[in-house]
Design a protein around this ligand. Structure first.
Ligand SMILES: [Zn+2]
Length: 271
């Protein structure tokens, strides 16, 4: 499969009514009772949903293995009073390779966790869906690029959510930045000019980046999904960018990310 064709060409047959059809990606799954599971599903045209898959944990479940974590599924969903109910599910893209590689699985958990935190129930978000689908495809096709795929995903999801990182102009006063502006303020959502940096210094919380990482941010801000795997940024810059993105995400979501911690421990062997 070519990564450039990741955008699914699936027309939703959405109708206002008790049931709807949509393409959904399973972000989370929790056990419910003896045989059921509650799924957190990101639907392309119907937003994030919490839906029960009844009998899914029985040996002969009619869903089989079609509703695993990160599976992309064509589904028919019944709108319940409190929770939706999955009526039918058919594999669109199983993403099984992601579940077979522990490091990539952990990276996909980072994507799922952040997506879950940044989306609202039942609010259509096709742009987020396409980004998640595209980045899961990239993780599968180019697992060696995981350290670029994750910050790219973070950067894009923040932008789509309206809290993007200001790279070209000062995050505080808005003047165009010079190439030597290497200081980023997670609190202000971007890079700062020299004047604003001086004012902020008293309060701390600023991150100074290398020239390589600063260039890397510019590069990521212009990057398209279908080019993520073809280009390279020096490893040191990538590490800095990952560090900054993790801080930005923590700042925006106001919590420590469990999935990021697990991913980091896997990469470093707990060091
Ligand atoms: Zn400024």
């Amino acid at each position: 499969m070519k990564v450039s064709s990741v955008k699914p060409e699936f027309k939703s047959l959405s109708r206002e009514g008790k049931t709807f059809n949509d393409l959904g990606i399973v972000l989370r799954a929790h056990k419910l009772g003896e045989a059921d599971r509650i799924l957190r599903v990101l639907c392309r045209d119907h937003g994030k949903r919490s839906a029960v898959a009844k009998g899914i944990r029985k040996t002969h479940s009619r869903f089989g293995a079609r509703l695993e974590l990160f599976s992309c599924v064509r589904m028919m969903i019944y709108r319940g009073k409190s929770l939706d109910i999955v009526k039918q599910a058919e594999i669109y893209d199983s993403f099984k390779e992601i579940r077979e590689n522990i490091e990539i699985f952990a990276a996909a958990q980072v994507i799922a966790e952040f997506t879950d935190l940044m989306t609202h129930e039942n609010e259509p978000c096709p742009e987020v869906f396409d980004l998640v689908y595209g980045c899961l495809s990239l993780l599968r096709e180019h697992p060696e690029k995981v350290d670029l795929i994750l910050p790219f995903f973070d950067f894009r999801l923040l932008s789509i959510s309206g809290v993007g990182i200001s790279v070209a102009s000062c995050a505080t006063c808005g003047i165009p930045l010079s190439s030597s502006s290497n200081v980023l303020s997670p609190k202000d959502g971007g890079f700062l000019c020299t004047n604003c940096e001086k004012k902020k210094k008293v309060n701390g919380g600023l991150i100074r980046l290398s020239n390589g990482a600063r260039e890397g941010f510019k590069y990521i801000s212009n990057l398209e999904l279908d080019r993520v795997y073809t280009e390279g940024i020096p490893e040191k810059a990538i590490n800095e960018i990952r560090f900054v993105m993790d801080r930005m995400v923590e700042y925006v979501t106001e919590r420590e990310s469990r999935a990021r911690k697990v991913f980091k421990n896997l990469r470093t062997g707990g060091r």
